[in-house]
Design a protein around this ligand. Structure first.
Ligand code: ATP
Ligand code: MG
Length: 270
């Protein structure tokens, strides 16, 4: 069935997949800006908070920024599901850096701090702690992250922390009990999604990556300002719904190429 759809629409493979390597991501301003801020936070060994609604491209921006880091100078610790309690986060850090988590949460916190500092001091690598879906973090977990950044009597931090999550994360860290963490977050970015022009470019880009060079979708989708996930669903749905996709396909043409441009950006997703 999928093969038939792919062949019918002149594709080499299913488009809108999640497996695009960083070098083939779509370049748009929002993604570029988020990735640039993550890169800056890493070089400054500080805490960054990237927020955005579901599907705005937070994880992709992280992937893009990480791909640009020198692998010999950085150790990436990625936590994709932080719903593991304070101990889960600390144990993940220790294990990722080759340690064996000790018993007792207080002792584990000291151990996590020590392995992070050791990675920087002994191996000369900057640990980059990335917590995706960070809106799921409880106050105690956020506070434990803040405690890990206390180093050398607060004069320096040996690692960078990237918190990425839905907009509720922004509200959580504003709570009085987390004031100390809030004050340490020096890089922030709220992802807004793509402009209509970028949306059109995004669709074209995914189709091109799948081998399609001519237009496939109607202006209804092309002109919409939607989140990436919604788009992915809409585009896949339209493609397999025979009549609609057929009429869009037969319309053909290259109207897109003349009209669509990308916004100037400080840093492109790559
Ligand atoms: N720059 C891009 N180029 C190509 N595809 C992209 C780009 N940005 C996002 N996507 C695609 O859009 C979809 C959603 O992106 P992503 O998972 O990064 O969003 P998110 O903000 O992390 O969502 P969630 O809140 O659900 O975690 C994915 O399928 C991803 O591959
Ligand atoms: Mg994500």
């Amino acid at each position: 069935m999928i093969d038939a759809v792919v062949t019918r629409f002149g594709l080499a493979r299913m488009p809108f997949g999640r497996d695009l390597p960083p070098s083939r991501l779509h370049r748009h301003a929002d993604c570029g800006e988020a990735a640039a801020r993550i890169t800056w936070a890493v070089s400054d060994k500080t805490i960054a908070m990237i927020t955005g609604e579901v599907g705005t491209g937070k994880t992709v921006a992280i992937r893009s920024a990480v791909a640009d880091l020198d692998p010999s100078g950085h150790t990436i610790i990625y936590i994709g599901n932080p719903a593991t309690g304070v101990r889960g986060i600390l144990a993940h850090v220790v294990t990722a850096l080759g340690g064996k988590p000790v018993h007792g949460t207080a002792a584990l916190a000291v151990q996590a701090w020590a392995v992070l500092a050791g990675e920087a001091a002994e191996r000369g690598r900057t640990p980059v702690l990335i917590i995706d879906e960070a809106h799921m973090l409880g106050h105690d977990q956020l506070e434990s992250i803040r405690m890990m950044t206390n180093h050398d009597m607060d004069s320096s931090t040996p690692f960078a922390t990237i918190l990425a999550g839905q907009p509720t994360l922004r509200h959580s860290v504003k709570l009085g009990v987390l004031a100390a963490l809030e004050q340490r977050i020096t890089v922030r970015y709220q992802m807004k999604g793509m402009t209509p022009d970028e949306t059109a470019g995004y669709i074209r880009h995914h189709l091109e990556q799948a081998g399609r060079t001519t237009e496939l979708f109607t202006s209804v989708i092309r002109g919409s300002k939607a989140k990436n996930w919604t788009l992915r669903r809409s585009c896949r749905g339209r493609r397999v719904r025979g009549g609609e996709a057929k009429s869009a396909a037969t319309r053909g043409g290259s109207q897109m190429s003349a009209t669509f441009g990308y916004l100037r950006r400080r840093r492109s997703c790559r």
